[in-house]
Design a protein around this ligand. Structure first.
Ligand code: KG4
Ligand code: ZN
Length: 330
């Protein structure tokens, strides 16, 4: 097989990341410059500040990624960049930088969808994973059940009608006083508690989700009973959202007649969710996959991987007209 080296660039939210990936699955470098410490004091990502920090970081992060991969731009085959979905100003930094690199080095540019990148993180961790499979995409911006029919062929079969699951984690964390980013903090606190508080779970006739009911119930409970044990509340919230996630996943797997299930997105780093899905291996005789923790949250290796599969399968390259698309769909 011919070797292909892809340079991936990701700036859709608050991580500036650049990576070099070989043949879509082998990470040679994956530099992530996180702005968490900067946004923490505001309780969430401030878009203007994110853009400014991407501008400051991108050039050095790129140099570092090339150096660590022990490769020069001349030996890169193509440049993959996230062009959506995400914060428009943040995306534009990556897109403009990638276009400039592509023009200066005369390398093809591959416009890459961030959500597709999250799915591709699984191809890096599991070298023999191939479509078709069912992907449970759970992040700060998305909650999607997707039938991955091929590397570039997807069908969304269920999605949230209101909050994304990560958004619900972050809001609940803020309300119970844990701060930003809330997901990992809820994960940690829940380990000290019991899921002994009943919360409302929402189901629809199709495979859609709704997390605003659970979220609001937690917020109201916390307000009305301030001495409620916060660890129990965190554990109960986590269990309720996971129950719904798993119920819909099982329904989807049955409908599609699929035994392979992969998790993707920042929330798939959650230890309780991972454990509950792992239990399905024996209980339901399913194959369960998830990316290693460092590839669950935003990073450029997953973008380089998704870009690689776009490039080799469709040979679809972008031109210098490429623009950021903040609400890009899968
Ligand atoms: O995929 P991601 O990095 O960015 C988006 O594309 O949205 O996901 C970020 C989300 C945040 O909501 C964050 O709180 C959540 O992933 N997250 C977690 C954990 N680690 C990150 N949620 C629950 N448990 C975790 N361990
Ligand atoms: Zn993401």
């Amino acid at each position: 097989m011919e070797q292909k080296y892809i340079l991936g660039i990701e700036t859709s939210c608050d991580e500036t990341s650049v990576s070099v990936v070989k043949n879509g699955r082998e990470v040679l470098s994956n530099i992530i410059s996180s702005q968490i410490a900067i946004h923490e004091k505001f309780g969430g990502v401030v878009p203007e500040i994110a853009s400014r920090n991407h501008v400051e970081a991108i050039s050095n992060v790129t140099k570092k990624a090339l150096r660590e991969a022990n490769i020069t731009l001349a030996d890169i085959d193509a440049i993959a960049v996230t062009y959506g979905p995400g914060l428009v100003g943040a995306l534009l930094v990556g897109v403009s930088y990638a276009k400039a690199l592509s023009y200066a080095s005369n390398k093809p540019l591959i416009a890459t969808n961030h959500i597709q990148g999250h799915v591709a993180a699984n191809y890096i961790t599991h070298k023999d994973l191939e479509p078709p499979f069912l992907c449970v995409i759970i992040s700060g911006g998305h909650t999607h059940l997707v039938h991955i029919k091929g590397y570039n062929e997807f069908e969304i079969i269920g999605k949230t009608r209101d909050d994304a699951i990560g958004e619900a984690f972050d809001k609940v964390a803020r309300v119970i006083g844990l701060g930003y980013p809330g997901g990992p903090k809820i994960d940690k606190l829940a380990k000290e508690g019991q899921p002994n508080i009943t919360l409302p779970k929402t189901y629809f006739e199709n495979l859609d989700f709704s997390f605003s009911g659970i979220k609001t119930a937690v917020i109201n409970l916390n307000h009305k009973t301030p001495d409620l044990n916060k660890a129990d509340l965190a554990a109960s919230f986590q269990k309720a959202v996971t129950d719904v996630l798993i119920d819909n996943t099982l329904k989807a797997a049955e409908q599609l007649g699929i035994k392979k299930i992969a998790l993707a997105g920042g929330v798939s780093a959650n230890s309780y969710i991972r454990q509950r899905y792992m239990e399905l291996k024996e209980k339901e005789n399913l194959e369960i996959y998830y990316p290693e923790i460092s590839l669950c949250t935003d990073n450029a290796a997953m973008i380089a991987s998704a870009g690689y599969f776009n490039y080799i399968n469709d040979n679809k390259t972008a031109d210098l007209e490429l623009n950021a698309v903040p609400n890009l769909k899968m």
